[in-house]
Write a protein that binds this ligand. Structure first.
Ligand SMILES: *Cc1c(COP(=O)(O)O)cnc(C)c1O
Length: 361
């Protein structure tokens, strides 16, 4: 690595994404590969999205609308908030980076759960700020311990809800109690990438806190239930003065025009969202049942993925699944646990079949 880099860059690792299907086919000479590694929507986006993209294609020589005007209007109406509370980005990943750029000074502390979304920590280090990592307690984000780690240097707190990779939630009651202990000058980021999948009635809607005037940034995305991961578009809901800061650090055309059109069409088709949620609930029930049959412990989930315990070295299980054309997610910080995305009925069957072969059950 070049000695010219800023010293804190040396501590950053390259992000290791879920393996792409094409790469696995190429490397292993397989013709059939399914990917249940990155929590993508197995049905893809609404058919209306595909139509909207086709209709839009004659316009791609123009720069996108850098202000995302129409999408902001649509989201403002959808959530009954003002458009100046909305910040749209090239995937919600990008917002985590913009939060760092806009708010973190060297030495600021950022409290985050681990394991959780793996971008909070490097994007904190990027700014020479200090990640304060708080282990999960019984696979749940440990808000009590996180509150106890607040100091005068704390600037940002990340709460991933539901938490990735465990699928667990913190309840409204727990989050209310937590927020009562957090001083108003600390930004609480509620990462709700899987919000639309949640079934548990005790789940807190981050938007309610925003509407009450709290200093929260709610992260949502079109990558998961809306099926647009490949187009890269997500958004934050936050108080206008926070959005104003974020707007200053973003690139002028951070969200491409096709993604904006696709997101508009996706948001307008809530029947499709219901259909995806329904398929996910069915897949979840099936996987619970099969895991139980073959005595594989799992963590009940509120999202579209399940953390399960294979009972042997997770690196081995990952490789063995890969050899059989099933990409799942390991390397999560557990010895024997891996994460599988809930797929179509067919994909779930293939995954269970593969797992049974590998575990000999
Ligand atoms: C997938 C995911 C995101 C966002 O992904 P984008 O594709 O960048 O919108 C954010 N947070 C969590 C916890 C996720 O799992």
């Amino acid at each position: 690595m070049s000695k010219l880099a800023r010293p804190n860059i040396l501590s950053l690792q390259r992000y290791q994404p879920g393996k792409p299907i094409e790469e696995v086919k190429r490397e292993l000479g397989l013709s059939q590969v399914i990917k249940l590694a990155s929590n993508e929507n197995p049905l893809g986006p609404s058919p209306r999205v595909k139509q909207a993209i086709e209709n839009f294609l004659p316009n791609i020589q123009y720069y996108p609308d850098g202000s995302c005007y129409r999408l902001k209007q649509a989201l403002a109406q959808f959530y009954n908030i003002t458009h100046d509370s909305i910040f749209i980005t090239n995937g919600s990943n990008e917002i985590v980076q913009q939060i760092s750029l806009a708010f973190l000074e060297p030495g600021d502390e950022v409290i985050m759960p681990v394991p959780s979304f793996p971008r909070y920590e490097p994007l904190t280090r990027l700014m020479n700020a200090v990640p304060i990592e708080v282990p999960l307690n019984n696979f749940r984000v440990d808000l009590d311990t996180m509150a106890s780690r607040i100091t005068s240097k704390t600037k940002v707190i990340y709460v991933c809800n539901p938490n990735n990779p465990t699928g667990t939630i913190v309840t409204k009651e727990q989050l209310d109690a937590f927020l009562r202990q957090v001083p108003e000058n600390i930004l609480v980021v509620l990462d709700e990438a899987y919000y639309e999948y949640v079934e548990d009635g005790a789940f807190p809607n981050g938007l309610d806190y925003l509407k009450q005037g709290r200093n929260v940034i709610v992260l949502r995305t079109f990558s998961k239930i809306y099926g647009l991961a490949g187009l890269r578009i997500g958004y934050a809901l936050a108080p206008p003065d926070i959005v104003n800061c974020l707007e200053r650090v973003r690139e002028p055309f951070n969200v491409n025009a096709v993604a904006q059109e696709a997101a508009l069409a996706a948001l307008a088709d809530q029947d499709w969202v219901r259909k995806v949620r329904e398929l996910n609930a069915q897949g979840k029930a099936y996987l619970y049942q099969e895991f139980t049959k073959i005595q594989v412990p799992y963590i009940p989930t509120e999202a579209n993925f399940i953390l399960f315990d294979a009972g042997k070295d997770e690196r081995l299980v990952f490789q063995q699944c890969l050899q059989k054309g099933v990409i799942i997610r390991g390397g999560l910080g557990y010895q024997t646990r891996l994460r599988v995305t809930i797929g179509t009925g067919e994909q779930n069957k293939t995954f269970i079949h593969t797992l049974r072969e590998i575990l000999g059950r």
